[in-house]
Design a protein around this ligand. Structure first.
Ligand SMILES: Nc1ncnc2c1ncn2[C@@H]1O[C@H](COP(=O)(O)OP(=O)(O)OP(=O)(O)O)[C@@H](O)[C@H]1O
Length: 636
């Protein structure tokens, strides 16, 4: 199933009625056009003297009247569900006035199996496909979110294994790579259609129980049922996998406040619904206008939660549910206008492909192993010595250090290349020498190691610990003092870093507190009905200007301190690097000094050292050959 690139799929579904207003609503035979004629005084159809008739024509992807639930699902939703199984995000959303058939379309009627709606049919389709697509392993999870009066409710939180509700409540959030998600919303793994349906019923039940307990109307909320799908190939052993979200959204019914004459709790619910639907409309308008750079998604919980499901990287379908009666003609018109705007929103779905880091590592490890084996075979074929992939031993490192020093001093003409690892170690030694010579702090302290000032040779070597202390006071005193100095600088930088981190965290806490207070102010005003609604448009009152200014200043301070923190972090890393380098240098010089000072027998030397020493011995030397091999080592 390919994605529908282009526009959002918009369909109209007309609720069956015996009083269909034939003269006001005309469905054209093309199955895509609906014409509406509206008389200003249509509530009094007989009084036609002063009425003025206006006509509108809406062309959509489909106008569906008297279609069964099965046909509706097949024509409107099936492709979105199949797309989700292929890794495309999908959204099907029902919009319309109260009683127009949104819940019937989305969930269906409990009266008969035939009348089940989109959600149960989609769940059936998903698990049928999971059975068929044996080349993939699927993981399916469900979540069920309700938004009532701008409050987020987890309809599946009563289930076993759900995370404990966060003390901060649920929150719509965004993260790079993860997109929009609701923090604190429980996600439940399901393995069969039956298990999934049980969760749907549980959620429906919780919605009803919640509405009774809190004395509110269950159809006065927005509901988002989400099927989260993850698919991994069973045949390809690559680390790639795809994920998708299928959002099935039943919006609360839109209604005109004046018409219903509602008051108290009902009025408050209606204000919240109208406000969030008006924000939804604003977001849709912005999405449809390609010149607009900013889309106001954060104005309500609904638009924020649906941010990545209304167009863009998503197969989106809007079902505009309308009533066919003359008395509802104004609401029908307003629903069709919304549908017309939604048609302008563009979609460009792409598969959500991810790379599994653990699988990627496994794959690379296998590849390395294979390459090693191939290299080993090729070495055998050309009679080359086996390369080793183990890290260099201390003795090997000491030898490389000695070679580099002698090379720099001019006593060694060239360094024989043995392996890539050895080349890297040689370069590291060059770098270290360079750093020790050019950095001002080391410049005057650094003196190249000299073999001429060797101590007189004792008969048996002293313990290494003792010798090391002696070395640090004598031959290695310079590099030791550099190490000490660098350690002190590192400590001082680390303290500064700790101090700055605390400062930055304190500013962050301040920002969070201020933002919470601002949010509380806003909610308080909303609760007290201070959000005015004029002509369906909500008027927002801002919290105290001083709080907003404080938030702005805190954010600026945070940015500034964060930059300093970042610089200090880099300095600490650099200082740590220097300390490590000095430590290696001190140890390797000590190793050389120890061996040279205390006549370490040749057998104790590493094979690599012996080899390179022999190479040196083979070279024509301007120095006199000695009988004793050890004394020869010292002279080189
Ligand atoms: N296509 C249809 N065929 C048969 N009955 C329908 C159809 N659409 C809606 N109904 C019936 O109309 C009534 C109202 O429908 P429904 O509850 O789905 O409306 P709604 O838009 O969800 O309303 P609300 O916004 O209040 O939740 C229900 O009894 C439902 O069974």
């Amino acid at each position: 199933m390919k994605a529908h690139s282009g526009e959002v799929g918009v369909f109209v579904r007309i609720r069956p009625t015996a009083n269909f207003a034939q003269d006001l609503i005309q469905c054209l035979p093309d199955g895509q056009t609906v014409n509406v004629h509206h008389r200003k005084n249509s509530r009094k159809p007989l009084d036609t003297r002063k009425s003025h008739v206006s006509s509108w024509s809406f062309q959509l992807e489909g106008v569906l009247r008297d279609v069964s639930q099965e046909e509706f699902y097949t024509r409107v939703c099936r492709w979105v569900v199949l797309g989700a199984l292929d890794g495309y995000n999908g959204t099907v959303m029902c919009f319309g006035q109260t009683g127009a058939g949104k819940t019937y379309t989305m969930t269906g009627s409990t009266e008969s199996y035939k009348q089940r709606g989109i959600i149960p049919r989609a769940l059936q389709e998903v698990f049928q496909e999971v059975e068929i697509r044996t080349e993939h392993a699927f993981n399916v999870y469900l979540s069920y979110l309700e938004i009532y009066n701008e409050t987020l409710v987890d309809l599946l939180s009563s289930l076993q294994g759900s995370p404990r509700p966060s003390p901060h409540g649920m929150l719509v959030m965004e993260e790079p790579g993860r997109g929009v998600f609701v923090r604190g919303l429980s996600l439940h793994p399901v393995h069969s259609e039956e298990e999934a349906l049980n969760l749907l019923f549980e959620g429906e039940m919780n919605r009803i129980i919640g509405s009774h307990a809190l004395n509110r109307n269950s159809s006065r909320s927005h509901c988002i049922f989400t099927v989260h799908i993850e698919a991994r190939s069973r045949t390809l052993t690559n680390a790639k996998y795809v994920t998708s979200k299928l959002n099935l959204v039943d919006l609360a019914g839109s209604e005109r406040l004046g018409k219903t004459g509602s008051e108290g709790q009902m009025l408050k619910e209606a204000v919240y619904i109208n406000r969030s639907l008006s924000f939804l409309e604003q977001a849709i308008l912005a999405l449809g206008d390609h010149r607009r750079e900013h889309v106001p998604f954060r104005q309500s919980k609904l638009t924020h939660a649906l941010k990545d499901s209304l167009g863009g990287n998503c197969n989106t379908v809007l079902v505009a549910n309308i009533c066919g009666e003359a008395a509802q003609i104004e609401e029908t018109l307003s629903t069709l206008r919304f549908a017309g705007r939604m048609k302008c929103v563009r979609t460009d779905p792409v598969v959500n492909e991810h790379t599994d880091p653990a699988a990627q590592i496994k794959k690379l490890e296998k590849e390395v192993q294979k390459l090693k084996e191939e290299l080993s075979i090729s070495n055998t074929l050309v009679n080359r010595l086996e390369s080793t992939y183990k890290p260099l031993s201390e003795a090997q490192q000491a030898e490389i250090h000695s070679q580099v020093q002698r090379y720099l001093e001019g006593s060694l003409e060239e360094i024989n290349i043995i392996s890539v690892r050895q080349i890297q170690a040689v370069f590291a030694q060059f770098k270290l020498s360079y750093l020790l010579n050019v950095l001002p702090v080391f410049y005057f302290l650094f003196l190249p190691f000299s073999l001429k000032n060797l101590p007189s040779l004792p008969s048996s070597p002293p313990p290494k610990e003792e010798a090391f202390e002696e070395f640090k006071l004598g031959q290695g005193s310079k590099i030791n003092s550099i190490l000490k100095e660098n350690k002190a600088v590192l400590l001082e930088r680390r303290n500064l870093l700790r101090q700055l981190t605390e400062e930055v965290n304190a500013v962050k806490r301040d920002i969070d507190c201020t933002a919470t207070v601002i949010q509380q102010h806003r909610e308080l005003r909303g609760d007290q009905g201070q959000y005015l609604v004029m002509e369906g448009e909500p008027l927002l009152q801002e919290p105290d200007a001083s709080l907003l200014m404080r938030l702005r200043d805190l954010k600026a301070l945070y940015r500034q301190r964060y930059e300093v923190l970042r610089d200090i972090k880099a300095e600490v890393n650099y200082c740590q690097h220097l300390v490590d380098q000095c430590r290696v240098r001190l140890l390797s010089e000590f190793e050389i000094w120890y061996k040279k000072s205390f006549l370490v027998p040749e057998e104790e030397l590493d094979v690599t050292m012996k080899k390179s020493l022999r190479q040196v011995s083979k070279k024509p030397s301007h120095k006199k050959k000695r009988k004793n091999r050890c004394s020869y080592i010292f002279s080189s």
